[in-house]
Design a binder for this molecule. Structure first.
Ligand SMILES: NC(=O)c1ccc[n+]([C@@H]2O[C@H](COP(=O)([O-])OP(=O)(O)OC[C@H]3O[C@@H](n4cnc5c(N)ncnc54)[C@H](O)[C@@H]3O)[C@@H](O)[C@H]2O)c1
Length: 234
């Protein structure tokens, strides 16, 4: 077991990449704190973990809200006694419109959910990860954090920010033996891409846009997260 008794927070654990990672990590012996703003899907993931007799809790969380993230960290510590691994994964897309047509409110919301959330996770979990002595942070960025694409300005900017925040945290906390990495997935088959599937013009192109010529599976990202969370680098 590669994560035996490791205490892990997974944001966005209610679906997609977060759920697949929760299941993968639980199979490797981790104790999981599922965080999601969606109570129904968060509880569903919890049910899947409990079926496997994994130790897990669900904490309803809005990752864009400081108090909510503090509560998440407190609940993890109260229930399991600390935190070893933080997977900052929750995220949203934005309406595909030009910047001039994007509502400021939506810009703020996408930046808060995708980028500020990572800052809040780092801010409140770092003291516990330092205590762990072998802490890990994994942030879900995106291919769209590495290259520009028309009509997704807020998403582009938020995920580009996640990549630099990852590098910043890696440099600030490496001396505490905390490893900080980001994953930048291509197109993965989760709820976030559902809207594209109905686009008869774009979908045939998008569905083959990954290097392998197919859409990725959330389990494939979970495998990358498992490598980064484990001690296999040693
Ligand atoms: N699917 C893709 O093609 C793809 C590609 C690159 C990056 N990503 C990133 O992967 C991450 C996971 O997304 P996914 O693809 O699994 O999609 P998803 O929609 O299945 O999962 C996202 C989860 O985040 C939760 N969430 C959203 N806002 C939240 C908030 N404010 N507080 C707490 N939880 C919140 C949702 O309820 C959902 O459970 C996101 O950061 C996304 O940007 C996805």
């Amino acid at each position: 077991m590669r994560l035996k008794d490791k205490i892990v927070i997974i944001t966005g654990g209610g679906s997609g990449i977060g759920r697949a990672t929760a299941i993968r990590f639980a199979n490797e012996g981790a104790k999981i704190v599922i965080a999601d703003r969606n109570e129904k899907t968060g509880e569903e993931t919890l049910g899947l973990l409990k079926e496997k007799n994994s130790e897990a809790i669900f904490v309803k969380t809005n990752v864009a809200d400081s108090k909510s993230v503090q509560n998440l960290v407190n609940q993890a510590v109260e229930c399991f006694g600390g935190i070893d691994i933080l997977f900052n994964n929750a995220g949203v897309g934005n309406s595909e419109v030009r910047s001039v047509d994007l509502e400021e409110k939506e810009w703020d919301s996408v930046i808060d959910i995708n980028l500020k959330s990572v800052f809040l996770g780092i801010k409140y979990a770092i003291p516990e990860l330092i205590k762990s002595g072998n802490g890990v942070i994994i942030n879900t960025a995106s291919l769209l954090g590495l290259k520009g694409k028309k009509y997704v300005s807020a998403y582009n900017a938020s995920k580009g920010g996640v990549i630099l925040l990852t590098q910043n945290a890696a440099l600030e906390y490496g001396k505490y033996n905390i490893r900080v990495n980001a994953i930048a997935p291509g197109i993965i088959d989760t709820n976030i891409i559902e809207q594209w599937k109905n686009d008869e013009r774009k979908w045939p192109i998008m569905s083959k846009a990954n290097a392998l010529g197919r859409v990725g599976k959330p389990e494939e990202i979970a495998s990358a997260a498992l490598f980064l969370a484990s001690d296999e680098h040693l």
